[in-house]
Ligand binder design. Structure first.
Ligand SMILES: [Fe+2]
Ligand SMILES: [Fe+2]
Length: 218
C-alpha cells in the first residue's frame, strides 16, 4: 500500500474520531460538576466542530471522501468516558474521573495528528500539513488547559472521604474479569524478565540505554 493510501486511512480514522467526539463532548460538559471544567468541554466542542471542517478541507484537497473508516480506538476511549460518567462518585472525585478520560482522549488525538502530519510531510503536502497542524495545536492546548483545571479539582478530591461503593455492575464485573485475562496474557513475558533476575530498576536502565543508542543511530 502506497503512503498516500496509509495517510487516507489515518485521516479517515481521525475524521471518525472527531465526529464521535462531537457527540461525546456535550455529555462530558453536562456531567462535569466544576464550572471551569464544564466550560472547557464546551469550548473544546466548538473547536472539535471546526476540526471536522478542517479535515473535510483536507479530503477536498486530496479529492477523496472522508468516510469509509470507523475509529475503534476512539470508540473505546469514548466508552471509558461514558464509564466515568456512570461512576458512583461525588463532587471533585467524580470530576477527577472525567479528567482522566478527557486527557486520554486528547492524547489519543495528539498521537493521531502527529502520525498524519509526518505522513503528509513525507508526501510533500504542505497545505494539508498546515491544516492538520492547526488541529494538533488545539488538541495540545486543550490537554494543557484540562491539566491546569485539574490541579485544584484533584487536590479537593484527595480530601474527600472514601465511601462505600455500590456492588459492582455487570459491566464492571466483566471489566475486572478481562483485566485478569490481560495480566495472565502478559505473564509469560514478564516471567522471562524475572528468570533473568532483572530488577525493575535494571530493566528501566536497559530500556534507557537502548533508547540512547537508537537516538545516536537515528
Ligand atoms: Fe479533536
Ligand atoms: Fe480534542
Amino acid at each position: 500500500m502506497a503512503l498516500k493510501e496509509v495517510l487516507l486511512d489515518e485521516l479517515r480514522d481521525m475524521y471518525s474520531a472527531e465526529n464521535q467526539l462531537v457527540k461525546a463532548l456535550p455529555k462530558l460538559a453536562k456531567g462535569a460538576r466544576d464550572g471551569v471544567l464544564k466550560q472547557l468541554f464546551k469550548e473544546h466542542l466548538e473547536e472539535t466542530e471546526g476540526q471536522v471542517l478542517r479535515l473535510k478541507e483536507v479530503f477536498q484537497i486530496l479529492e477523496e471522501k472522508p468516510t469509509g473508516q470507523h475509529c475503534s480506538g476512539m470508540e473505546g476511549v469514548v466508552e471509558e468516558g461514558a464509564d466515568a460518567l456512570e461512576k458512583d462518585q461525588e463532587g471533585a472525585s467524580f470530576d477527577s474521573g472525567l479528567i482522566g478520560a478527557a486527557l486520554r482522549t486528547e492524547h489519543y488525538e495528539i498521537a493521531g495528528y502527529h502520525a498524519c502530519i509526518a505522513m503528509a510531510k513525507a508526501l510533500g503536502e504542505a497545505q494539508i500539513v498546515s491544516l492538520l497542524q492547526e488541529n494538533l495545536a488545539e488538541e495540545i492546548a486543550a490537554a494543557k488547559k484540562i491539566s491546569a483545571a485539574a490541579a485544584p479539582i484533584l487536590k479537593q478530591s484527595s480530601k474527600e472521604p472514601d465511601f462505600e461503593t455500590e456492588p459492582k455492575s455487570g459491566k464492571e464485573k466483566y471489566s475486572a474479569k478481562k483485566s485478569k485475562e490481560d495480566e495472565k496474557a502478559a505473564a509469560p513475558s514478564l516471567k522471562k524478565l524475572a528468570t533473568h533476575s532483572m530488577s525493575p530498576v535494571r530493566w528501566r536502565r536497559r530500556v534507557a540505554r537502548k533508547r540512547r543508542i537508537m537516538q545516536q543511530i537515528g
